[in-house]
Design a protein around this ligand. Structure first.
Ligand SMILES: NC(=O)C1=CN([C@@H]2O[C@H](COP(=O)(O)OP(=O)(O)OC[C@H]3O[C@@H](n4cnc5c(N)ncnc54)[C@H](O)[C@@H]3O)[C@@H](O)[C@H]2O)C=CC1
Ligand SMILES: O=C(CO)COP(=O)(O)O
Length: 358
């Protein structure tokens, strides 16, 4: 039996993931050529449905214009029919939609299905934080690995060299299959046995990228940005280990760690929108700027800062994470963007954030 792959999601990275995978399924005999891609249906200004246009032109004209996905990519607006018959599911949606997507798939997935999450983000529930790979495996009853890395989608779409990290917990064989499915000469994938570490890196770097954007928007220069990235990395490591003591130091040196932090702080969407927020001195909200600047693409950093802040305040950890806390306070308008460099004065930064009712 050949492996059959469905990509659940079709935004900027989802479309590039489908392209990467489709280039391999036609090449590797153990995979069925066809790659299904679930599309959250929408009407384009022309009046046509996005799915119809993708299937007619082989291009996601909204989220990845100008790039052919491969003739073996078939877009499907019905998530249940998209996953039918697939034994390998690639989840790649903005994290805030993942719970709804998973609920729709309960009871529709074969028992030997393997999942992989490319989603950078987390959910915070009453019981505590829940990583997206855990949400997938608990809701659908399947094993779920993760793939994260320094992967700005538009660059990979142009086949520029980059690396990525697969994180797995127990099933090494499944991880090797994912490495085979994603890897190309320009996209080098390696696997590490640290699913939590890899996923925490991908999730938390988006908060640091928001901080880097504030620094850019205020034209504070490279030294300040490097300082923010260093402090951010320390908070990423500390928070990951406090939540999951099994997280390995070495994971932070993989593509998913320091490399993703660097690329996102230099060229990502979180950085871009936070830059605009600081330039506007907080007079336009993140939601407004996201809509104006990203044409339907979604930011993860602001929501992640809020979710992480909930964990920090719930556990009494706020004072230990001045950068994460300050990013949240700035992004909801409680502090001005300039507060991002008051972290050194831990008394003022921590006090303002720690004493507020955020
Ligand atoms: N774009 C990038 O360069 C990279 C993104 N990622 C991560 O991949 C994940 C997915 O991001 P992208 O593919 O870039 O998406 P995107 O941000 O480009 O696009 C948003 C997607 O959400 C869909 N959507 C809108 N409303 C929805 C709803 N109510 N329910 C379900 N879907 C809805 C849209 O149709 C679209 O496909 C995120 O966690 C992101 O952090 C990871 C690496 C690189
Ligand atoms: O995760 C990314 C690069 O690895 C993309 O980051 P942004 O969502 O900030 O564009």
């Amino acid at each position: 039996m050949k492996n059959k792959v469905t990509v659940v999601g079709s935004g900027n990275w989802g479309s590039v993931a489908a392209k990467l995978i489709a280039s391999n399924t036609v090449r590797l005999s153990s995979f069925d050529d066809e790659v299904r891609m679930w599309v959250f249906e929408e009407k384009l200004p022309s009046g046509e449905k996005l799915t119809d246009v993708i299937n007619r032109t082989n291009e996601n004209v909204k989220y990845l214009p100008g790039i052919k996905l491969g003739k073996n990519v078939v877009a499907d607006p019905d998530v249940e029919s998209a996953v039918k018959g697939a034994n390998m599911l690639v989840f790649v949606s903005p994290h805030q939609f993942m719970e709804g997507i998973c609920k729709k798939l309960v009871g529709k997935i074969g028992k030997d299905t393997e999942g992989i999450s490319l989603v950078k983000g987390m959910e915070v529930k009453k019981e505590g934080p829940c990583m997206i790979s855990t949400l997938i495996s608990k809701t659908l009853g399947i094993n779920c690995s993760v793939l994260m890395g320094a992967n700005i989608a538009n660059e990979i779409a142009l086949e520029k060299f980059s690396e990525a990290t697969v994180g797995y917990s127990k099933n090494k064989e499944a991880a090797e299959k994912w490495v085979q499915l994603f890897g190309t000469p320009y996209f080098i994938v390696s696997a590490v046995q640290d699913v939590e570490g890899v996923e925490m890196c991908g999730t938390l770097k988006n908060i640091v990228a928001i901080a880097a954007g504030f620094v850019d928007g205020m034209e504070m220069g490279n030294n300040t940005k490097a300082a923010i990235m260093r402090i951010g990395l320390k908070e990423m490591i500390k928070f990951s280990k406090m939540l999951f003591p099994s997280v390995k130091d070495s994971t932070f040196f993989e593509s998913c760690g320091v490399a993703d932090l660097i690329t996102t702080c230099l060229g990502g969407r979180n950085r871009k929108v936070a830059d605009a927020y600081a330039k506007n001195q907080g007079k336009r909200s993140f939601d407004q700027l996201e809509a104006e600047l990203l044409n339907g693409q979604k930011l993860q950093g602001v929501l992640t800062a809020k979710e992480v802040y909930e964990v920090l305040s719930d556990r009494g950890w706020v004072e230990q994470f001045p950068l994460f806390s300050t990013v949240h306070a700035i992004s909801i308008g409680r502090l001005p963007p300039s507060a991002i460099v008051e972290l050194g004065d831990s008394r003022s930064a921590n006090k303002q954030v720690g004493n507020s009712t955020l």
